[in-house]
Design a protein around this ligand. Structure first.
Ligand code: UD1
Ligand code: CA
Length: 462
């Protein structure tokens, strides 16, 4: 069956208590709405339409390959789906409807829905689930033979109906029926005055259409996010899924309850993830890496066999094979580290390329620099890249040796194999092979301490 998907995402999400539209709250690093869109694509929806309202500019700026339609006033889910009428007029295939606040929805769930719909030659199929605690969901009312009669929203339900544990998952498939005419015929609800999409079940049945339910086994797949608590639960479940996937692919996760990996992050086989690490955004970690506790990697590529030691922060950087970073190191955006580089404790790198095998092991700042191969950067070296107005570049050629406590006043270039004596302030280019020194020559004053003591004694007597 050819499908279009409509995702309802116009609601404000009052219960979130937020200035941000609900569907943009992130789950494993992606806005919630990303997931129903992605899953619809995976089951072959040819077009995806999102009904937006609250924060529509913000929502629509974040997604590509999707059509947005506007529900001006949020008068309920039936009213929301009507907003898609123009967009899908004349469509003969199936219309898959999902809610933007069900980020845990799986391909398996949608396939079950589609299969049931086809097998039953249904006009409407509704995904239902069984929940020990049905609170917050529409209750599914069936007759003695298990046939779907209607769905009752919680606020409208009587005490008996509230006890029903089979609930509406908020995912539907419609075909071969005048969907929009039926939606228009749905009156406002008694208590809330909203036009409920769920009322289409009873209405379509009355008109003789075939309405069935598909009970999905995994209730978590359609858990809706209405509150911050629901959001935390959705994040936990998503995290578990991501980590299960990584472990199945040969990654060691020391403490899955305390490891935070965004959706879409790749980690290679035989890598080891210590507890309390975060790998976010568009990141890839190679094979055989070790990421130690407290480290955070954002939008970065880490090559095979790297070790990111405790409490390091790596952001928008690219790291070659066998690099060691930290503990307590910071790679800011634009850091490119080639194979075998070592960045030690309290070293900060920004917008710099550091070539093969170079070491900066202690307490340094390398910003706006190009550092060649096999360079040694002594402790306390600082590229002084900013003159208060502009940023300037520092270039250090292959094999140079930068002594401890050097300041490189950019723009400046240290030639191949040059040697910078400790404590030097480099203000001029250093030719290849030269020694640069800028410190004052040392003077030793023999016997000074003894004389100082004598003077102190005679001062106190007088
Ligand atoms: C809805 C269902 C409920 C189901 C539950 C599953 C209705 C009436 N109720 O309840 O039976 O058990 O989902 O999670 O459908 N929206 C709009 N425009 C509106 C109202 C809502 O676009 O005018 C969107 C929201 O942004 C949201 C989705 O529709 O993404 C569902 O709305 P929400 O208010 O969360 O409905 P629930 O009370 O959760
Ligand atoms: Ca909801």
């Amino acid at each position: 069956m050819e499908l279009v998907a409509v995702i309802l995402a116009a609601g404000k999400g009052e219960r979130m208590i937020s200035k941000m539209p609900k569907v943009l709250h992130p789950v494993a690093g992606k806005p919630m709405l990303y997931y129903p869109l992605e899953v619809s694509r995976k089951v072959g929806a040819l077009r995806r339409i999102v009904v937006v309202g609250h924060g529509r500019e913000e929502v629509s700026s974040l997604f590509e390959g999707v059509q947005f339609v506007v529900q001006e006033e949020q008068l309920g889910t039936a009213h929301a789906l009507l907003a898609a009428e123009e967009a899908i007029k004349g469509w003969e295939g199936g219309i898959l409807v999902l809610c933007g606040d069900t980020p845990l929805v799986t391909e398996e769930c949608l396939r079950g829905l589609i299969e049931t719909h086809i097998r039953e030659s249904a006009n409407i199929t509704v995904v239902t689930i069984e929940r020990e605690d049905p609170t917050g969901y529409g209750r599914v009312v069936k007759d003695g033979r298990g046939r779907l009669l209607r769905i009752v929203e919680e606020v409208e339900a009587g005490p008996e109906e509230r006890g029903i544990k089979e609930v509406n998952g908020g995912i539907y498939l419609f075909s071969s029926l005048p969907l929009f005419d039926l939606l228009r015929a749905i009156p406002p609800s008694e208590r809330k005055g909203e036009h409920y999409l769920t009322d289409i079940v009873a209405l379509a049945r009355e008109k003789g259409y075939r309405v069935v339910s598909y009970m999905h086994g995994n209730a978590m797949d359609v858990a809706g996010v209405n509150t911050r608590k629901d959001l935390a639960i959705a994040n936990r479940i998503m995290r578990e899924r991501i980590l299960d996937g990584l472990m199945a692919a040969g990654v060691t996760v020391m403490d899955p309850s305390n490891t935070y990996i965004d959706y879409g992050v790749k980690v290679g086989m035989d890598s080891i993830l210590y507890p309390n690490i975060h790998i976010e955004g568009d990141s890839t970690v190679g094979e055989g890496c070790v990421i130690e506790e407290g480290s955070k990697i954002i939008d970065s590529i880490i090559g095979d066999g790297c070790r990111i030691r405790s409490h390091s922060l790596v952001e928008s950087s690219s790291i070659g094979k066998g690099v060691v970073i930290g503990p307590f190191a910071r790679l800011r955006p634009g850091s490119i580290l080639e194979e075998g580089v070592k960045i030690g404790n309290f070293v900060e790198v920004k917008n710099s390329t550091i070539k093969k095998g170079t070491k900066a092991n202690h307490l340094s700042y390398i910003g706006d620099a190009t550092i060649g191969e096999g360079v040694n950067i002594g402790a306390g070296t600082i590229t002084c890249n900013y003159d208060g107005f502009k940023k300037h570049r520092t270039v250090v050629e292959d094999g140079a040796f930068i002594g401890s406590d050097t300041q490189l006043i950019a723009p400046v270039r240290v030639g191949r194999g040059a040697y910078i004596g400790s404590g030097t302030t480099v203000t001029k280019d250093v030719p290849p092979g030269a020694l640069a020194l800028s410190r004052v020559e040392q003077k030793n004053i023999e016997g000074w301490v003894e004389r100082r003591k004598e003077r102190a004694k005679s001062d106190s007597r007088s």
